[in-house]
Design a binder for this molecule. Structure first.
Ligand SMILES: [Zn+2]
Length: 168
């Protein structure tokens, strides 16, 4: 179940080099972590979120309703352009996201999901912002702690249900 997703290692390295802004093990319902890296013609996104904030529970699905909730969440990440909108002028297209879910028993009854999304952009010079629609897809989500790496600089910021746009 622990499939290695190449970009995660890269992002963790970036995060820890900055002093561990995205600390492993941080788990607060309603709050997710998002790393955004714009480099060359690529925009790479790495999301780490409490499962509770996406599907409403953190145990293995126990019934049809819960199985459907997990499936719907995975399906939405297969169409990353419905969750994230990079600058239109950059003409970015997404590859379906890799979603990693915890398997088996989860520690302390809490569980995080991880997703890695990559966009490739035809006009990367025009890539200057990112609109995040996760709040529409997942009403339980309240805040996103963002680590942004763009133009050779790294910065931290926060998005909320009212403020959904990153610019650099
Ligand atoms: Zn939890």
């Amino acid at each position: 179940m622990h499939k290695v997703i190449a970009p995660i290692g890269l992002f963790l390295a970036v995060a820890s080099a900055s002093g561990g802004v995205i600390a492993a093990g941080a788990h607060q319902h309603g709050v997710a972590l998002l790393t955004v890296a714009a480099e060359d013609n690529r925009l790479e996104l790495e999301l780490s979120a409490p499962l509770e904030s996406l599907v409403g529970f953190e145990h293995e699905p126990r019934n049809e309703k819960e199985r459907k909730a997990v499936q719907a969440m995975k399906d939405s990440f297969r169409k990353p352009e419905t969750l994230f909108a990079p600058s239109a002028a950059a003409q970015c297209t997404a590859t379906p996201a890799e979603v990693e879910l915890p398997g088996g028993d989860t520690k302390d009854g809490h569980a995080d999901m991880h997703a890695a999304v990559m966009f490739e952009c035809k006009t990367p010079a025009a890539l200057k912002n990112l609109e995040v629609m996760l709040f529409d897809a997942f009403p339980r989500l309240q805040r996103l702690k963002v680590q942004l790496v763009a133009s050779g600089k790294q910065s931290g910021m926060e998005l909320t249900r009212q403020k959904r746009r990153l610019a650099w």
